[in-house]
Design a protein around this ligand. Structure first.
Ligand SMILES: Cc1cc2nc3c(=O)[nH]c(=O)nc-3n(C[C@H](O)[C@H](O)[C@H](O)COP(=O)(O)OP(=O)(O)OC[C@H]3O[C@@H](n4cnc5c(N)ncnc54)[C@H](O)[C@@H]3O)c2cc1C
Length: 436
């Protein structure tokens, strides 16, 4: 590479990195965006959904020109038991209308489009290149500042500010001393399969109109003894199925991720949704799940951490939070550039922006959830079992009078676990399940 010094280097062209690069390029600063994949998104998979309101702040009206697949008009959460499901869902005319609340996207299309937005604004994108190390300069006996990166060919490139947008595994964030080594307890592992089905069939099967989509999240089955989630998302002519659980519980429970997805596909309610589909691709990915107590130090002299590398996940919502954090880091880089000061004194503005954000407050508010689900790893399973057994009794009409039926239902709930524990599981569940 000819140019050796940039105002800013961003590592990783996912949603966080490309947004940081876009924000910086808009300020007429020079920015190098480095991606290890052959193109942005090539190494990524997710269901998944882009939530409009956050992304609209960054790229107003993005859905008019971005590669969105379907506008989501139906959201469902299934409490899945072995042969049944209690379905909580919402479809509404006030929801199913432009500009819509969320869109399904395919990552290799979305990430490429977003990185191209940054390039159009003036960023320089370097694909197929891994950043191996960070380059530092000693500024005192114990103090140092970050001044560049070392690429996989050994070349060093320099910048006044480095933004780490490297995703959940965050090896460079750890190398920078901003984060403790990541453990299985702080991650969830998700396997995903992508299926093709003609658009018309998708619309008939899920009862949605052309360009409209549905999303189904499920807890309970097949994760007895582990906290996990199933997700089904509709794209134009593909359906994504993901199955994932907390990684340490997968390990201690000796759960086989491949078996989990096979079991899920065999569930009668899911099997019928996938009938006649053709498997196109599969893969797996992690999500940071350590919560508030494991958030890294977000900045130091000449460096900031954004997106999944910073642990910004709330429920299953991460892509738009990654983009917002990328924007905040980009804005902070521009302030530092204007002042010619890249020290912690100026970069602290990034922390202030994050602390003011709705998602930081959410992550902080659910700080107990991670410990809770490690102490009670059967919580989702028990909630699901309770809900399904009660629903069966409620809907099944027999010969008892109403008083007898209520007593029977109360006894069913009590035979599974005390009412107080069920209420606590529900409360924690709402924090953890997120809203889809
Ligand atoms: C199964 C699944 C479903 C999900 N569903 C949703 C959803 O529906 N909605 C939602 O909002 N979020 C969802 N998420 C979360 C979302 O995917 C993440 O929060 C989001 O991708 C984080 O963006 P990021 O840019 O921080 O990191 P990433 O998207 O992980 O991007 C990091 C990029 O950095 C590159 N990189 C890493 N290290 C280096 C290096 N050393 N050198 C060069 N490049 C490097 C990677 O190749 C990658 O392109 C889901 C996640 C999973 C796993």
């Amino acid at each position: 590479m000819n140019k050796k010094h940039f105002d800013c280097i961003v590592v990783g062209a996912g949603p966080a990195g490309s947004t940081a690069a876009l924000t910086i390029a808009r300020e007429n600063m020079s920015v190098l965006l480095i991606e290890r994949g052959t193109s942005p998104g090539a190494k990524k998979l997710f269901g998944g959904l882009i939530h409009r309101s956050a992304v609209d702040e960054i790229i107003p009206g993005f859905w008019e020109r971005a590669p969105v697949e379907r506008a989501i008009v139906t959201d469902e959460l299934w409490l899945l038991d072995q042969t049944s499901a209690v379905k909580i869902g919402f479809t509404g005319l006030n929801y199913a209308k432009p500009p819509y609340n969320k869109f399904s996207v395919i990552r290799y299309k979305w990430d490429k489009w977003l990185a191209d937005e940054a390039v159009r604004a003036g960023a320089f994108l370097l694909n197929n290149t891994v950043v191996r190390h960070l380059v530092t300069e000693q500024t005192g006996l114990k103090a140092k500042k970050f001044i560049g990166v070392e690429l996989d060919n050994g070349e060093q490139v320099y910048a006044n500010i480095i933004i780490l947008a490297e995703g959940a595994n965050a090896a460079l964030t750890e190398e920078a001393g901003l984060r403790k080594p990541i453990t299985a307890k702080n991650l969830s592992l998700h396997t995903m399969e992508l299926y093709s089905l003609p658009a018309k069939k998708i619309e008939e099967r899920f009862n949605v109109g052309p360009n409209e989509g549905a999303v189904i999240g499920a807890i309970g089955y097949p994760f007895a003894g582990a906290i996990g989630k199933v997700g089904i998302w509709l794209q134009k002519d593909t359906i994504a199925l993901t199955v994932g659980a907390l990684l340490d519980q997968i390990v201690t429970g000796k759960l086989n991720p491949y078996q989990l997805i096979i079991q899920t596909k065999k569930h009668p309610l899911i099997n019928s949704l996938l009938a006649g589909c053709k498997l196109l691709s599969y893969g797996s990915h992690t999500i940071p799940k350590g919560g508030y107590d494991t958030l890294p130090q977000l900045f130091s002299n000449g460096i900031m951490v954004v997106g999944d590398a910073a642990g910004f996940i709330s429920g299953r919502r991460g892509a738009d939070l990654a983009m917002l954090s990328g924007m905040y880091a980009g804005e902070t880089a521009a302030q530092a550039h204007a002042k010619g000061d890249y020290s912690t004194k100026v970069l602290k503005a990034y922390l202030n922006k994050i602390q003011d954000s709705f998602f930081y407050k959410d992550i902080k508010a659910s700080k107990e959830s991670s410990d809770y689900f490690h102490n009670y790893q059967d919580a989702d399973f028990l909630i699901t079992k309770t809900a399904n057994e009660l629903a069966y009794e409620f809907f099944h009409v027999g010969l008892e009078n109403k008083k007898e039926k209520m007593k029977k239902m109360k006894n069913i709930a009590l035979s599974i676990q005390p009412v107080l524990k069920t209420s606590e599981d529900l409360y924690q569940g709402v924090q953890h399940w997120g809203f889809f």
